[in-house]
Design a protein around this ligand. Sequence first.
Ligand SMILES: [Zn+2]
Ligand SMILES: [Zn+2]
Length: 266
Amino acid sequence: MPPGILARLAAGDFYNRRMLLGLWTSVRQLLLPAHCAACGASAPVERRLPLCERCGETLAKLIATEHCPLCGRNAGPYTSGPEGCYFCREYPVRFDAAVRVGPYEDPLRRLILRCKKERRAEIGQMLGRLLAERLALAPWADLVDVIVPVPLHWTRRLGRGFNQAEVLAHALARAICRKARRRLARVRPTPHQTGLPSSDRHENVRGAFAVRRGAAALEGKRVLLVDDVMTSGTTMDECTRALKKAGARDVYVAVVATADYDDPWA
Ligand SMILES: [Zn+2]
Ligand SMILES: [Zn+2]
């Protein structure tokens, strides 16, 4: 600790903000050496996102990739427009529009997995803030009335200790000065979608979601549905079905990443 700081603190010089910030940074560096939240390499403590240079650059490239404004999947200039991409023309989605941070690739994939499997809520909060930045670019962003996380069945929530979609939804809501509400419930446990073909994924989640009691507030509202990863879109479709049945006017989707069917980890 630089000499004199204790004496100045003791003398009541609590308003020297620079001094206190410098002290806090030194203590933090001492106690918590900064590591990249994605790959674990050392990272500069002052960075806005706790990522090393390499992961930060790769993440910026992922964020810059185009996505379809309707279904959120990877899209190029010739495969996507206001009417959607090849995928959503072939398999129409129930929701009205979608945003994502990027495709399900490292370092985004690692961040999502660490948040979920290691229960790292602070990573979820960081991803939620990134999602809020992407949401701000959507032409419908200001129309959103309610932010709703995709629910886990209570048995899985109990086992995992937290629902990553809720962490994301709350962080996103805070960033845009709104509230996230648990308006949906997963009324039956569903096996993981991982590895299931598209047709089975539909069957797997059909009727799995319902609005919670007291969700009459959804009537005529524009809902933003939040989750970490979207693969086939069937979970979001089923949630949309339940929300629209309860009177929601529009349902928009915000996910951290969209994955391809053949991704074994999605
Ligand atoms: Zn890294
Ligand atoms: Zn599409």
